[in-house]
Design a protein around this ligand. Structure first.
Ligand SMILES: *Cc1c(COP(=O)(O)O)cnc(C)c1O
Length: 235
């Protein structure tokens, strides 16, 4: 667990360095622990090491770790693909749903939030690399959906999230990060009702300094905090 403490400290130092290089205040950028495949005890260690929030990909893991107190007092975000038939396990249970990737899901979240009488904070996920393997709005689709947010009064659009293509060379994703930042600025400038656009969630283990230099306000880091994930085992 000491390793997790050291890893978080090292990431914080790199975040601060990237922020300074971009002339930004490091306090503007939050660190979200992408905690998939890590058990409650390890997630709790990251929380105690000072991450700002935790992000879960899978409904099943969220449902298991919440009652185990994995997240302490920190906000929990949902960051994975969400099926409409599982929104009831997520809406109202997390502070932010980062992965709203289609209108059908937005409508399902609205319906559940209305039923519970609350406002669910959300981000739109944008498929910025136009990859067939990934879900997400196109940039034009995100703009259009943002323009209709007044029709979803039980949701509040706080910004955008993206997972760019796996880059072949260092810095390879900088163009996608720049496009995402521009899209955030463009949507914000429209001043649509029920849209604030303060959050730009982008940057992971391999590319978060580039994302910060491009204007990210939240990085989602898994491997650099917890170590490599071992797919095929259950730990
Ligand atoms: C796993 C995951 C991350 C973190 O990935 P790493 O490369 O391990 O830092 C970030 N965002 C999402 C949506 C993820 O699923």
């Amino acid at each position: 667990m000491q390793e997790i403490v050291n890893n978080v400290a090292a990431i914080r130092a790199r975040m601060a360095e990237a922020a300074r290089e971009a002339g930004r205040d490091p306090a503007e950028i939050t660190l979200c622990a992408a905690s998939k495949m890590n058990d409650a005890q390890r997630v709790r260690a990251a929380v105690e090491a000072g991450v700002d929030c935790c992000g879960e990909n899978r409904v099943q893991e969220l449902v298991e770790k919440l009652p185990q107190g994995a997240y302490g007092q920190k906000p929990v975000h949902f960051i994975g693909h969400l099926q409409t038939n599982k929104v009831n396990k997520v809406v109202g249970h997390v502070d932010l749903i980062q992965s709203v990737d289609r209108l059908e899901l937005l409508a399902a979240i609205e319906k559940q939030a209305a039923k519970l009488g609350l406002v669910q904070k959300i981000l739109f996920e944008v498929n910025i690399g136009a990859e067939a393997s990934k879900s997400g709005f196109t940039p034009a689709g995100a703009m259009d959906a943002a323009s209709h947010m007044a029709e979803y009064p039980h949701c509040h659009l706080e910004g955008l999230m993206a997972i760019p293509p796996i880059s072949e060379e260092p810095g390879g994703n900088s163009k996608y990060f720049a496009q995402m930042h521009q899209l955030l600025v463009d949507i914000r400038a429209k001043k649509y009702d029920n849209v604030s656009m303060a959050c730009l969630s982008m940057g992971m283990t391999d590319d978060f300094p580039d994302a910060i230099r491009a204007g990210s306000t939240m990085i989602r880091v898994g491997t650099a905090i917890f170590g490599a994930r071992h797919y095929g085992t259950n730990t």
